[in-house]
Design a protein around this ligand. Structure first.
Ligand SMILES: Nc1ncnc2c1ncn2[C@@H]1O[C@H](COP(=O)(O)OP(=O)(O)OP(=O)(O)O)[C@@H](O)[C@H]1O
Length: 337
């Protein structure tokens, strides 16, 4: 009877506690503020990716190097279209694509995985009411990082803005590229490394003109990459804006002319003339049903809103007031064209 009661009162409590011992590895591997967000979506899921002969040729050159097993480093100024191009070349391989965004806080745990919590199993024996025995078994829960999965399963990885990560973090890629192994150091795993799948490929992107947050790129890593610069011709830039925003060619031309005129007049850095700004202006105007006319008051306001901050950022104006004046001047100049 006593034994029966003992059996009845014996309880096993399993409790899964998350977020316990160490922080969960980032899902997006993005900047800290973005850590909980979904990974950056490929461009074609948000909007069509426009291909011209020039873009197809870039993709062809990148694919040729990747096919031979070498990593490609796509470089170019801000908003040149590096990430979108790398995404498209990666997708062309027909393998799953994993995007990693570099930042100075990213560490090996983000890439390799970490302890995301503990599972504890508690055995409570309260046969005698006041005296009870408790056994607790704690097992750490391991979540592998996305780089490990990508290497194991042969994904195409895009390591965007890799130069923003520390040299220490980027050292990991040396072993992947050189030895074909992902070292699991510091991860408390029994396995010491994971073998890289033969279909694994990696594309790096970076912006050489970046002013802040860029760490010295390591020569050892750079030695192993085939670096290609993205610098589209004016024709390609106009076609991207025209087709993606579905505007007239004349309108796309006017936007580029406006950006260039403002840049030349203010001596802003090259990054000011970017695809991103051109696409923003056309998309906002289109969405608001505003004619893309430089003498249209609302269109002028959109240009001022979008370009003033950029002009300050790229050193073309000391403050927003002077930047707005430079944008208005640029709009006047393109009116007659
Ligand atoms: N061929 C294309 N078709 C359609 N949109 C494009 C194309 N190329 C680039 N874009 C768009 O232009 C914008 C800038 O491109 P992207 O983000 O690739 O530039 P980037 O060089 O990586 O910029 P950054 O250095 O600032 O990260 C994005 O909105 C992207 O979707």
């Amino acid at each position: 009877m006593a034994a029966q009661k003992q059996a009845q009162t014996r309880r096993e409590i399993s409790a899964r506690k998350t977020g316990g011992v160490r922080s969960a590895p980032s899902q997006s591997l993005g900047k800290p503020a973005e850590k909980k967000q979904e990974q950056k979506k490929p461009t074609t899921e948000q909007a069509p990716y426009i291909k011209t002969d020039e873009i197809n040729h870039y993709i062809h050159r990148i694919s040729r190097v990747l096919a031979a097993g070498y990593p490609v480093h796509v470089t170019g100024r801000a908003g040149a279209g590096k990430t979108a191009l790398a995404m498209e070349a990666a997708r062309d391989r027909g393998r799953p694509v994993t995007l990693i965004t570099g930042n100075h806080e990213m560490n090996n745990e983000d890439l390799l995985g970490g302890i995301t919590g503990v599972t504890s199993t508690k055995l409570v024996d309260n046969f005698i009411r006041q005296v009870y025995k408790k056994e607790v078994n704690i097992k750490e829960d391991w979540t592998p990082g996305r780089l490990v999965e990508a290497c194991e399963k042969g994904h195409t990885v895009i390591y965007d803005e890799f130069s923003r990560s520390t040299a220490e973090t980027n050292n990991l890629f040396l072993s992947i590229l050189e030895e074909g192994l992902v070292p699991l150091y510091g991860t408390k795993q029994k396995k010491r490394y994971v073998k890289v799948h033969p279909e694994f490929r990696i594309l790096f992107t970076s912006n050489p003109e970046e002013y802040a947050g860029v760490f010295e790129k390591q020569d050892a890593l750079m030695d192993r990459l085939v670096t290609m610069e993205v610098h589209y011709t004016q024709k390609t830039m106009e076609t991207i804006v025209q087709k993606r925003a579905e505007v007239r060619h004349k309108d796309a031309k006017m936007i580029w002319s406006l950006l260039r005129k403002i840049k030349d007049a203010t001596k802003a850095e090259n990054g000011f003339v970017s695809l991103r700004s051109a696409l923003m202006i056309t998309s906002v105007a289109k969405k608001a049903n505003i004619a893309l006319e430089p003498d249209n008051k609302d269109f002028a306001e959109i240009c001022t809103d979008i370009l003033s901050g950029e002009l300050v950022r790229f050193g073309g104006a000391p403050d927003f007031q002077q930047a707005a004046a430079a944008v208005r001047k640029g709009l006047k100049e393109v009116q007659g064209e």
